[in-house]
Design a protein around this ligand. Sequence first.
Ligand code: F6P
Length: 378
Amino acid sequence: MAAKNKQKKIGILTAGGDSPGLNAAIRGFGKTAAGHYHMELVGFRDGITGLVENRFEALDGRALSGILTVGGTILGTSRDKVHKFPTADGPVDMVPQVVQNYEKDGLDAIIMLGGGGTAKNAMRLVDAGLNVIHLPKTIDNDIAETDTTFGFATAMEVATDALDRVHSTAHSHHRIILTEIMGHRAGWLTLGAGIAGGADIILIPEIPYTVNSVAATIRERTKRGSTFSVVAVAEGARDVDDMADYEAARLLVKAAKTPEQQRAARAHLRNVTDTQREHSFKLARELEAATGLEARVTILGYVQRGGSPAAADRVLATRLGAAAADLVAQGHFGVMVAAKGDEAVPVPLEDVAGKTKLVPPDHAWIAAARKVGTGLGD
Ligand code: F6P
């Protein structure tokens, strides 16, 4: 590894789904590392892919300038896994290749910006002896041990704006509008936007719903004179039966021992997931039948991840990026830089990798939603 008194050379990459604030974090880290600590910075292209293929470029002051407000990532990204890297001969463990590249390039550390999958990749590289720091990025806000993640605040603004807008059509046409919001298996984005956008019903994965309960809330509203309803529905939300099928399929995958059992269990889980993919449309049909109102579905999709980061994400990404550079200077590795109140705190990666932060059923946001009369579908 690199000699002690030489200028430190640091690699940085962005991995997983793109998210507002990635460039702000690259800039926050880069300006602190280069400007304050006089380190050399290189950016790996396309996440883990660039790290495996050793594709990188120098990130100098000019490259870091003017990117604070820019959406996406100037480095590109991918969802590749380092231990199952796709090749023509099937998935290959590329950890040894990355270690070799790291040594050949004379790197002193790698900064990995990403979500849950990236935390696991980062852990694999730490286990192989590399100096790694992870920064928590995702619109889903589902990373353990951090108050929040950059990307979440912006996506919540976008989804809230969408809910504000669909209210127009809902009340003008006396319709139920289901607005499907991202979040993977976590309900943070739907819950936050649902509260902020005044959704009448909020459906999240952590609280499986029944159609009866959702329909009852809508009928109650009709009785009180509201002839429309706006439903914020998480992409991972399911009715009680579908959620039970999904959980059972996941358990089968976990319990599978032989490669054959694993293949069969994974194929079954894929099947269940595919069958449930159109769940918002299914719910819309069920609600039409149960309430007599017309129902429509709006899937927000990638607009939630796109565009310029909100001010809150710019601040968060900048302070976590700057804190990561401080940690490199101190030689503190194998951690994620977590947001805890106003502090940026290093948390051991083993406390983060493989964990998911779901909405606790007794969370204050849920309590507040219930108190203002929002239906949660249970
Ligand atoms: O993790 C971020 C996220 O946007 C999730 O909310 C969503 O489930 C997923 O990525 C979609 O990812 P993609 O289609 O880019 O693979």
